[in-house]
Design a protein around this ligand. Structure first.
Ligand SMILES: Cc1ncc(COP(=O)(O)O)c(C=O)c1O
Length: 416
């Protein structure tokens, strides 16, 4: 089967998301996906089913409890397969901010005074402040700054910062403002020459295609499931050989039972189980487009990813092209997506009007968006953008349509 000829079936995709038929959401074009995505019916059904039939304490010997425990295990198992991790390398927590904070607390026992930590000014604060805080334990913080002209993180600049003292490098896989996809594999390879741990923030990357964490060779990787078609939870991946060495932050008697020892408490059970619905959704997408063949879960995800990327590129490029030609607007980051080097997360400001005014104009025209700094506070400061007013962010995922893009271009054309 030639993958080139298969297009994402948008009618099918959208039929899986009840929000598109909901009276409240129906008349809106949803362009705030980087804030949180809609959820497919499979997730809603799993959540409802758990709450109805198995909302009991799991892992006891009676039927409801056995099923609850089994589904909780199934959820992490299926997610580990989707991102090519081992079952015991996955931890589900409340949010990426919490996961990375908990991780930094665990890693601080590895830090000696004088050790160096590299953070960027392109990241969301969730992957900066937990690491900067380790300066309280003697760590020296270095900042990898993006190129002021291109807004890209340059590998040559990283090379100047890495040293034998580098212990941690925290970097985003994809910026939630600039939209650029950073070459995490190349970054990991460089950092590993110095035995540094690489912490990848995949929050703005994962909704556009679940990554293969082994291929990236990162040591830790976190993304938010509520932006990846699920409930308000986040996933943290860690390499088994490192997780095994981390101190126990849970109850004393659980010592040795990683990854449970990293988090002081477990995740919300019903939401954890509903994550199976994300797999069910992707599997339905796979079956709809490719039919049933016996391939691994990861292989299915790879095929879905390529369909998604192709569609996202098709819908984002006309908008990027239009915005980059408007002299009264400033677009941040690349003005074209090519080979998945950028996500369809598009930040703009008006040179004449505030971002608040601009976003209100779009909202009045039934475009669901907002102006904000989106907690990429240092990124906006470095871009010279007022952090209170922020940027207007138009963020799409694979269920956005060409029609919505044509409409938004027509609407922005009336904005001056
Ligand atoms: C790139 C990026 N990293 C981290 C986060 C924080 O995620 P969470 O809300 O799960 O803490 C966000 C949230 O918007 C984000 O966009």
């Amino acid at each position: 089967m030639n993958l080139e000829n298969i297009q994402l079936d948008l009618d099918f995709v959208r039929s899986q998301f009840p929000a598109f038929d909901d009276p409240l959401a129906k008349n809106w074009s949803f362009f705030e996906n980087a804030g949180g995505s809609y959820v497919p019916i499979n997730v809603i059904q799993k959540l409802s089913q758990f709450m109805t039939s198995t909302k009991v304490q799991p892992y006891a010997d009676y039927e409801m409890s056995k099923i609850a425990g089994k589904e909780m295990d199934e959820s992490t198992k299926i997610f580990s397969q989707m991102i090519n991790a081992k079952n015991n390398e996955i931890l589900i927590g409340g949010s990426t901010s919490i996961n990375l904070y908990v991780l930094s607390n665990a890693l601080k026992s590895f830090i000696k005074p004088g050790d160096e930590i590299i953070v960027t000014n392109q990241d969301h604060e969730a992957n900066i402040s937990p690491w900067r805080r380790l300066s309280e334990h003697g760590a020296i913080i270095k900042e990898w700054q993006f190129n002021k002209q291109t807004h890209e993180l340059e590998i040559e600049d990283l090379k100047k910062l890495l040293s034998n003292k580098t212990k941690i490098l925290a970097v985003t896989h994809c910026s939630n403002i600039i939209g650029s996809v950073n070459n995490l594999r190349e970054i990991s390879d460089l950092a590993h020459n110095y035995d540094a741990y690489v912490i990848g923030d995949g929050v703005s990357y994962a909704p556009h295609g679940l990554p293969d964490v082994k291929e990236l060779d990162v040591d830790f990787y976190s993304f938010s499931l509520y932006k990846t078609y699920g409930p308000h939870l986040a996933l943290l991946y860690g390499k088994e050989e490192i997780l095994r060495k981390l101190p126990n932050q849970n109850h004393e008697f659980l010592k040795g039972m990683y990854p449970y020892t990293i988090n002081p408490g477990g995740p919300n059970h019903e939401e954890l189980v509903s994550l199976i619905g994300i797999y069910d959704y992707f599997n339905n997408l796979y079956l709809h487009h490719f039919g049933e063949t016996k391939i691994s879960t990861r292989e299915k995800i790879k095929k879905i990813n390529s369909l998604i990327s192709k569609h996202e590129e098709n819908i984002a490029n006309p908008l990027l092209d239009y915005l980059s030609k408007r002299n009264d607007l400033k677009l941040f980051g690349k003005s074209r997506i090519k080979n998945k080097n950028r996500a369809p997360t598009i930040s703009i400001i008006s040179k004449n009007k505030s971002s608040k005014y601009f976003s209100n104009f779009l909202v009045q025209n039934k475009i669901a968006t907002r102006n904000d700094n989106f907690y990429a506070w240092r990124c906006l400061k470095s871009l010279g953008v007022d952090v209170e007013d922020g940027v207007v962010r138009l963020s799409m995922v694979h269920y956005n349509t060409e029609k919505e893009v044509t409409e938004i271009i027509n609407i922005i054309d009336r904005f001056s």
